[in-house]
Ligand binder design. Structure first.
Ligand SMILES: C[S@@+](CC[C@H](N)C(=O)[O-])C[C@H]1O[C@@H](n2cnc3c(N)ncnc32)[C@H](O)[C@@H]1O
Length: 300
């Protein structure tokens, strides 16, 4: 009997992570369209108070990961140059600073748009994390738009000045601290969801159906397959939180998804402010009425 008791204790999930003390943190490392930086703490407030490993399979700019700053986590994305930045941030933050400083300095040497186009052309000629890092900071609105056929990045130069390398360097130091207990993987979300165990939390922020149709990874994304993967994780006792497009104040499109019955126990509305992507699509107009509300769906 004693032995059986011990085995059960051993198998019990270890709740290493907590949401206690999570504070809003608004300084982004990467500029990324659709990032959740401003409402990450709101999303996290819906997680269980204590849990096992944290998993974020659609990492992007890692807003929720950064705000949570977990003690044990796995983060992944199917976009390789992006994950290479995260992996380098973890293994050698000074190289990430150097990547940015070199390109920031290169951009000062000539006309801003011309220099941006030069760096973009170099990236398109040979995809690499160093150029991609600078592009995320200098592209229009952090819109990461890629041609489906060959991955060619086509976003024009942003109107803003990319932040100074000194400021960026300080962000690197802060973010390196926040992700020091996270492992980064280049992989599809399915594999990441499969790795989650009882007592773990998974936060999914997949490409959205309607609003992000022009973005990389959004074309042809099969939400029904994602729902099936979430269902399997839920059966194993994993807590899954999923962000999806909600209602648009002035929108006419029906953003409905068909979930398997009883997959989600709760739904919370998260106000995301104005849509940068819509603004980009409409040639820079302010779009006063375009207030976007995300849906946060919870399996428990
Ligand atoms: C909406 S963004 C995530 C934004 C993130 N929450 C943030 O705050 O920046 C969606 C991400 O999913 C990634 N993605 C798209 N399809 C994927 C797939 N099949 N597996 C894993 N990641 C994928 C994209 O590369 C993109 O980084």
């Amino acid at each position: 009997m004693q032995l059986l008791h011990d085995i059960k204790e051993e198998n019990r999930p270890t709740y290493i992570n907590t949401t206690d003390g999570v504070q809003p943190y608004k300084t982004q490392l990467l500029k990324w369209i659709g990032n959740k930086q401003r409402f990450a703490h709101e999303i996290i407030s819906n997680f269980p108070k204590r849990f096992g490993t944290y998993h974020e399979p659609f990492l992007g700019s890692g807003a929720v990961l950064g705000v949570l700053s977990p003690k044990k986590a796995e983060a992944s994305d199917s976009f390789k140059p992006l994950i290479s930045i995260w992996q380098m941030l973890k293994s050698d933050p000074s190289t990430v600073k150097e990547w940015y400083k070199e390109r920031w300095s290169e951009a000062q040497v000539g006309e801003k748009v011309e220099q941006y186009e030069k760096i973009k052309a170099r990236y398109n000629n040979c995809t690499n994390a160093a150029d991609f890092l600078f592009l995320t900071r200098s592209a229009y609105g952090g819109v990461m738009r890629f041609r489906k056929s060959d991955g060619y990045m086509s976003t024009p130069c942003g109107a803003h000045k990319p932040i100074h390398f000194g400021t960026f360097g300080r962000r690197v130091d802060e973010w390196a601290q926040r992700v020091c207990c996270t492992e980064f993987f280049h992989r599809e979300y399915e594999e990441s969801l499969e790795r989650a165990r009882e007592g773990d939390v998974v936060y999914c922020d997949p490409p959205y159906n309607h609003s992000q149709a022009i973005l990389y990874g959004a074309q042809g994304f099969d939400h029904d397959h994602l729902f099936r993967c979430i269902e399997k994780a839920k059966v194993r006792g994993v807590f899954v939180a999923l962000s999806l497009d909600g209602s648009k104040k002035s929108g006419t499109k029906d953003c409905a998804y068909s979930f398997p019955p009883n997959l989600f126990k709760q739904e919370v509305a998260v106000n995301c402010g104005r849509s940068m992507l819509k603004r980009f699509q409409m040639g820079g107009k302010t779009l006063e009425g375009e207030v976007v509300t995300d849906r946060l769906l919870l399996t428990h």
